[in-house]
Design a protein around this ligand. Structure first.
Ligand code: GCV
Length: 652
């Protein structure tokens, strides 16, 4: 099958494949390691042995070490032999991929024993893939890379070679769990839990080879929809028994099944509220069914009122997750993970970190990112999100002395996948960097994002000349900030076209029930979320942040309009007024995108032609869209405020 090798091009395996390797141990993942090395040796002329050490190897991959976790590995070199040891098959596989990443550097000189282990035990991708094509959302909800890898027109897609190639890429960046269907579980998808579980088992078999456990999104209403029961009340004995039976049957065919992902009482999905029960009751019922088999329920905290009255300024969607869940702290079962979007709204280009993270010390929290670029250019714009995610993961909800989000995410890091059946996997070839970055940040949340990007560049473009490496950094490093500059300003968010969320629509959601407003009038813009005069959202933070966010004097510029409604003449810490900042950043953003396109054009000949052409073509659309954003946002605020651009540029 013709799929893009992404960050595993064959050339990368030269250092391993041209040497003598010994693989020791038994098990499915050891077989995978063996297979990887065997393929590399065939290509590059090396040799591979399996069994006891004979003393003449360059590389030993040894499944025997005790005292290591299942995913850990050690790496050392005595000057002649590079040694990877692990206690579990996953550790051995990750060790191999680490050596592959190091290339020749793994085989030079001596190296003291290093232990590598992931910071987070669960590193997951959620696919919002529909089994049947949804009339509005299509095959993949918020998918910008073609169809689903797993499903097509209501059926399983029996292209398991591609699934295997995907699993391999994921393992090579550290992902160990995948949910294979949309959290919006429609009727067809619901059946994956019961009569169609065999299709999930086939996917699980592919993912298992690379140490990845499969999870399913399930509907809370399954006992009624699938089981014919009159209720789905989580405290009803018949309902609990139904779930226990369903789970037992799943484990019959998928013994290493990871568990469930649940979107309940959210955007119209069924949930425990219908029965007067709490979300802890709902999650714990599923946790109880999964517990005997070691499964986990990922219960999403994305619960808010999507039928809000826009006239009502007291209801604040940003408050919702905290208000719903903090009172339940300590009530969730140990195998329940509360999965929280990283910001309080919905994956905007700039949001504060959700105040829920850090506020539930007795709950296992998982943090959800969005690799699929719903609000960040839909994989038509270059927008590498590493710096944003890193900022989130390094944020310390209780200030410098407290833990970082990356440490508080004990339930793991989950990203909504950006992959489809597109030959480049991600539609925009450079969006592969986002996928890679998710995996590596889940492995090490405090990693320097630019180093991760450097790693991705080095792997995806092996032997790249400096000009290409510099060019890739030039177009990717600052691309998130560029995107932010030409879209919604100063953290206010949205301003997108309703429904599909692409392109500018400044008032697109202003008079809608979705709770996403900017409140611009002739005098000013922004949402007053202060405790003193606004919705009180700022007070959901612990100190020092509650105080920092409370006042426009201390609130960081980039979040000013998220927290405050200010006059257009309000002076930012940067010295500019809000209105002038809006004008300036929108001109700058477009200029930066133009410059990126120019840099990319200069890389012709250094990147394979198909990839180069695909990116070049997307730059045309990005530029077109960025100009629309610039002109519509600037015109909107000029017309509202009547304040001319201080630099005399044309505003329509
Ligand atoms: C899967 C946003 C998206 C929806 C998505 C939802 C969620 O509202 O627009 O498509 O639904 O988030 O995360 O559940």
């Amino acid at each position: 099958m013709d799929v893009d090798p992404a960050w595993l091009p064959p050339a990368l395996f030269r250092a391993v494949g041209s040497r003598r390797t010994l693989v020791r141990g038994v098990g499915e993942l050891v077989d995978t390691v063996h297979g990887e090395v065997a393929t590399a040796c065939q290509r590059f002329g090396g040799s591979l042995a399996r069994g006891p050490r004979d003393g003449s190897c360059d590389l030993v991959l040894d499944l025997s070490a005790s005292g290591l976790g299942d995913e850990d590995f050690t790496l050392s070199r005595d000057g002649r032999t590079t040694m990877v040891t692990a206690s579990g098959g996953r550790g051995l596989l990750y060790g191999l991929f680490h050596v592959v990443r190091l290339g020749e550097a793994a085989f030079g000189g001596a190296r003291a024993r290093e232990t590598h282990r992931p910071a987070l035990a669960l590193r997951m991708l959620d696919h919002w893939d529909n089994v049947a094509v949804h009339p509005v959302m299509g095959q993949v909800e918020r998918g910008y890379a073609g169809g689903s890898l797993f499903w097509k027109d209501g059926r399983a897609r029996p292209e398991y070679g591609r699934v295997r190639a995907y699993a391999r890429l994921l393992a090579a960046c550290g992902i160990n769990a995948v949910a294979v269907n949309n959290v919006n579980v429609h009727d067809t998808e619901a059946h994956l839990l019961t009569d169609r579980v065999g299709e999930v088992a086939l996917l699980a078999a592919e993912f298992r080879r690379y140490g990845i456990r499969v999870h399913l999104s399930v509907t809370f209403a399954a006992p009624t929809v699938l089981g014919g029961l009159p209720s789905a009340d989580p405290l009803d004995a018949a309902v609990r028994a139904w779930w226990a039976g369903a789970v037992r049957d799943v484990y019959e065919v998928i013994p290493d099944f990871g568990g469930f992902v649940v979107k309940a009482d959210s955007e119209g999905r069924p949930g425990p509220f219908a029965y007067g029960r709490s979300h802890a009751d709902g999650a714990n019922m599923l946790a109880a069914a999964l517990a005997p088999y070691g499964g986990t329920v990922h219960w999403r905290a994305f619960v808010y009122d999507h039928r809000q009255d826009w006239r009502d300024r007291t209801t604040d969607r940003a408050r919702a997750a905290y208000d719903h869940f903090v009172p339940l702290d300590g009530e969730f079962a140990p195998n329940a993970v509360l999965q929280v979007k990283h910001g309080p709204m919905d994956f905007q280009v700039r949001e504060p970190v959700s105040p829920l993270i850090g506020a539930m010390p007795r709950t296992r929290l998982g943090v959800e990112l969005q690799a699929t670029q719903e609000y960040t250019g839909q994989q038509r714009h270059v927008c590498w999100l590493g710096p944003m995610w890193s900022q989130v993961l390094r944020f310390r909800p209780e200030g410098e002395a407290g833990a970082a989000v990356g440490e508080l995410a004990r339930g793991g890091l989950v990203a909504v996948s950006n992959v489809g059946d597109d030959p480049f996997w991600t539609g925009h070839p450079l969006a592969q960097a986002n996928l890679y970055t998710c995996g590596r940040l889940a492995w090490q949340p405090d990693a320097e994002p630019r180093d991760v990007l450097g790693e991705w560049i080095g792997l995806t473009f092996p032997d790249a000349p400096k000009r290409l490496v510099d060019g890739l950094h030039a177009v990717l490093d600052g691309s998130w900030r560029t995107y932010e500059k030409y879209t919604a300003p100063l953290g206010v968010g949205f301003m997108v076209q309703p429904g599909h969320h692409y392109g500018p629509g400044v008032d697109g959601y202003e008079y809608s029930p979705w709770g996403t407003y900017h409140f611009a009038d002739r005098d000013g813009v922004g949402v007053d979320r202060s405790r003193a005069t606004g919705t009180g959202y700022a007070a959901q933070y612990a100190q020092p942040w509650a105080e920092v966010y409370e006042s426009p004097r201390t609130c960081p510029d980039e979040l000013l309009l998220f927290f405050h409604h200010v006059p257009y003449g309000h002076v930012l810490h940067g010295g500019s007024t809000v209105i002038q900042h809006i004008y300036d950043t929108h001109f700058e953003g477009v200029a930066e995108a133009e410059e990126a396109r120019r840099v990319w054009a200069g890389l012709t000949g250094l990147v394979d032609p198909a990839r180069h052409a695909r990116v070049a073509e997307r730059y045309e659309e990005q530029l077109h869209s960025a100009r629309e954003w610039r002109d519509q946002v600037n015109a909107y605020f000029f017309r509202k405020s009547g304040v001319p651009d201080g630099r005399g540029r044309r505003i329509y």
